[in-house]
Design a protein around this ligand. Structure first.
Ligand code: DLL
Length: 434
């Protein structure tokens, strides 16, 4: 199903013409309305007139998160406060948050983009959607909320937290769509089953999961746990929030909203542009945003792009699931390891749950990785031989995939911390152990 079929299935050539026109417009808009960009683009010798083709984007300097922080809170806004109707911010773990603003047009475009990804997996106006993302400065909840309302869904704005109540409402209100992070959906299904709620008593059919990575293996477990079909959707506050890209029912890549965003892939070390199908850091230019336009924003997320038409008929570029963040790669004894690789290995071992934590330590200038992971059956703790066999098997499988030996610690069920939003799975103690 489509929300804006003409746009979503636009021939490639037309998309590129539209993007070129909008790229020129946004460069001009930035120069006229954001002093930071006027200076930067002036120094780089870039103006709208100089952009003759989409590849001329390479002459525009990158924008980094630090540029937004340095201009805290409103310095990069492109519209006066009288035209701003919403402010969000990303929860910076260190220092000040990254603040973003939206005009009425931005909110309208944002809800269109979200409505597209909801309809792409079959959400209709008959659905009842429980939004279990945290409402507030985080863009996840309100982003999905406006998009779902736009297609006529009945929205339950429960926010995150109080998981037993979430499970009760899920059942009593007959929610057919669940919106949350995948890790919270996993946790919620465990709690619901502990409360004696069976999938037959639920009306769930679709999960709209996003805001953090999720391997296909973990996705399968959540789908079985709740008896639903789910898609992954991607976004970030600096670009808009959710709605930047999302899967359709075929789940072969996340469709980019290319009429609003121009994606590129670069080598995160050299900044060189990479070709179709090559992995690298995603860089995005917003083509229509007025509140806080972004030119070549470095997302730090690692993925690749393809421009083939999808089986569903959509023609916009598709990005692969995010495999990690360029600043998230764990470099262990010289080997690059993505947490998602560890999750995939673990999910295929019988007897091990999807709840894990990666603890990094350093001794004598050497890095060590410890994987703490829950077993599914508590009784195994009394059978040392079996427990050790399971542990050895996990170590061997990890070694084959990662190329390094990790320490595996099997812990009792329900001892690893659960999260109601994005899960924090990495505990990095390396600087403390130095
Ligand atoms: O997480 C926006 C969002 C909300 C997207 C709800 C989808 C659903 P931020 O809090 O600014 O915004 O975090 C952005 O989260 O750079 C990625 O590293 C990560 N991320 C977001 N979606 C995905 C995803 C929202 N589907 C950062 N897969 C991004 C993997 C994701 N990582």
């Amino acid at each position: 199903m489509f929300f804006q079929k003409d746009i979503e299935t636009m021939p490639r050539k037309k998309i590129e013409e539209l993007q070129l026109e909008r790229l020129k417009y946004i460069v001009d808009y930035c120069i006229k309305n954001v002093p930071f960009y006027a200076k930067r683009l002036g120094e780089a010798g870039v103006s709208a007139e100089k952009i003759k083709s989409l590849s001329d984007i390479q002459y525009i300097p990158f924008t980094n998160k630090s540029d937004i922080r340095d201009n805290y809170p409103y310095g990069l806004f492109g519209a006066p406060m009288k035209d701003i109707v919403r402010i969000h911010a990303s929860s910076g773990t260190t220092g000040k948050p990254t603040v973003v603003g939206y005009t009425k047009n931005d909110i309208n475009n944002w809800s269109d983009c979200v409505a597209r990804l909801c309809m792409a997996v079959g959400v209709t106006g008959e659905d009842v959607a429980q939004i279990s993302f945290g409402y507030g400065l985080f863009t996840g909840a309100l982003g999905l909320h406006y998009g779902l309302e736009k297609i006529g869904c009945a929205v339950i704005p429960i926010s995150s937290g109080n998981t037993e109540k979430q499970a009760m409402i899920l059942k009593d209100f007959g929610a057919s769509v669940l919106v949350s992070t995948p890790s919270y959906a996993m946790y919620m299904s465990e709690v619901a089953h502990e409360m004696g709620i069976t999938n037959d008593e639920l009306n769930l059919r679709i999960g709209l999961f996003g805001s953090e990575g999720c391997t296909n293996e973990l996705r399968d477990k959540i789908e079985k746990g709740f008896g639903l079909f789910s898609t992954d959707n991607y976004g970030m506050s600096e670009l808009m929030g959710p709605g930047v890209s999302g899967e359709c029912q075929y789940r072969c890549g996340l469709h980019f909203a290319e009429d609003h965003f121009l994606p590129e892939i670069i080598d995160s070390t050299t900044g060189e542009r990479k070709g179709e199908g090559e992995y690298g850091e995603l860089v995005v230019t917003t083509l229509t945003k007025e509140g806080i336009p972004m030119l070549r924003y470095r997302t730090k997320d690692i993925t690749k792009l393809t421009y083939d038409e999808c089986k569903c008929g959509r023609t916009h570029a598709r990005m692969d699931k995010v495999s990690g963040r360029s600043d998230d790669i764990l470099k262990i004894r010289g080997v690059n390891v993505f947490p998602s690789q560890i999750e995939s290995v673990m999910a295929n071992i019988e007897g091990i749950s999807p709840h894990y934590e990666l603890v990094l330590t350093r001794k004598n200038y050497t890095d060590y990785l410890e994987i703490r992971i829950e077993i599914t059956d508590e009784r195994l703790l009394e059978n040392y031989k079996k427990l050790d066999e399971l542990r050895q098997m996990a170590i061997a499988k990890l070694k084959t995939v990662l190329g390094i030996t990790a320490k595996v610690v099997l812990v009792a069920p329900k001892t690893i911390k659960r999260y109601e939003g994005k899960a924090k799975r990495i505990v990095d103690l390396r600087n403390e152990n130095q």
